[in-house]
Design a protein around this ligand. Structure first.
Ligand code: 5AD
Length: 345
């Protein structure tokens, strides 16, 4: 067995070079070995359950200009929409009636949603769906803002770090965004008691085995409860339109490594993975993931939340499609779960 893997399984702390040797390894059998170990670790903590979280993409406005993202502020072709507090609440209630007990409210960084508006929305959702977990994913905000949302009832927060490498961060994000601030936000979220999600794209322009190794070192020290990982997929109205997309097999390897590093982590098999490969989401589960986020965004606006090209916009929100997803999971040996799906720690 690979030496770094042996030491990882003995719960030793790996160096950047150790991680890089695993991530870059050409060993033919490694991926199979990693996914078997990762799956059995996941099964020992969470069983075969796959947690379903209803995703509501409530605003496509964004003040940032991330070079990879279709919602970047300088993309004049992006169609922008905002859902009202009422529409967000109704969307959650529809999901609740379908059985969902976990929701993710995501948007671009849209200043329209002040702390007052956000806390109002959070309180309303928690009042209507008191036994549901609520995850917020609206980017970088102040400590005070995170505190206000936490006090209003938000349980979790997703903020991918995108890359742990300073130079790579700069390639992806123009000023005033900075890796320092990103990491400060993540530490603030943890301090406030959020179940916190970090994560990165695989194969984004400027990434390498080395930057992915740095991501693993960051994840080891930050210890997030959730890690979102998907392949980079180019968007035609961004500066990265001609870049090549991230590798599916490398994404799967990263999922397995994160699961092995922390068997308790909540690990989504992402939409981007399902976009890059028809069977990507099942393959993600087989590599060690245990979360799927069906899209509940109203169909009238869904096609406008385009982070990357070919993002699938099928109607996950209907009872019928939820049944199809559940059957699919069962057929592959998983147990769909509509519970809150908290991190077991
Ligand atoms: N390809 C893949 N993932 C992307 N994201 C944004 N743009 C892209 C893209 N072109 C991811 C980022 C962000 C999350 C919401 O979507 O990692 O954090």
């Amino acid at each position: 067995m690979n030496n770094a893997l042996q030491r990882l399984l003995r719960r030793e702390t790996l160096s950047v070079d150790d991680w890089e040797s695993l991530i870059a390894s050409k060993d033919q059998g490694l991926d199979r070995e990693l996914s078997q170990i990762a799956s059995s670790l996941r099964d020992s903590v969470y069983g075969r359950r796959v947690f379903l979280r209803g995703l509501i993409e409530f605003s496509s406005f964004c003040r940032n200009d991330c070079r990879y993202c279709g919602l970047r502020v300088s993309n004049r072709n992006a169609e922008r929409y905002r859902l009202s507090a009422r529409d967000i609440l109704d969307t959650c209630i529809n999901g609740y009636e379908l059985g969902f007990r976990s929701f993710v409210l995501q948007s671009g960084e849209d200043p329209y949603y002040t702390d007052e508006r956000m806390t109002g929305i959070i309180r309303a959702v928690k009042e209507a769906c008191p036994d549901a977990a609520l995850t917020i994913s609206i980017g970088e905000r102040s400590f005070e803002s995170y505190r206000a949302m936490r006090e209003a009832g938000a349980d979790r927060y997703l903020l991918r770090h995108e890359t742990a490498d300073e130079n790579h961060y700069r390639i992806l994000h123009p000023e005033p965004l900075s890796l320092d601030n990103r990491l400060q936000c993540l530490r603030n979220l943890k301090k406030l008691g959020y179940q916190t999600g970090a994560g990165m794209m695989v194969g984004s322009p400027g990434s390498s085995f080395h930057t992915l190794a740095e991501d693993m070192v960051l994840i080891s020290s930050l210890k997030p409860e959730m890690v979102g990982i998907g392949p980079f997929i180019p968007h035609h109205d961004t500066p990265f339109r001609d870049e090549k997309k991230g590798s599916v097999s490398l994404t799967l390897r990263m999922l397995s490594l994160v699961r092995i590093l922390d068997p308790h982590v909540l690990l989504p098999s992402t939409t981007a993975l399902g976009t890059a490969d028809d069977n990507g989401q099942i393959r993600g589960l087989d590599a060690g993931a245990n979360v799927i986020m069906p899209n509940l965004t109203p169909l009238s606006v869904r096609s406008k939340y385009l982070l990357y090209d070919n993002k699938k916009i099928t109607g996950d929100e209907s009872a019928e499609n939820l049944e199809t997803l559940k059957k699919d999971l069962l057929r592959h040996g998983y147990e769909p779960s509509l519970t809150r799906g908290d991190c077991i720690k």
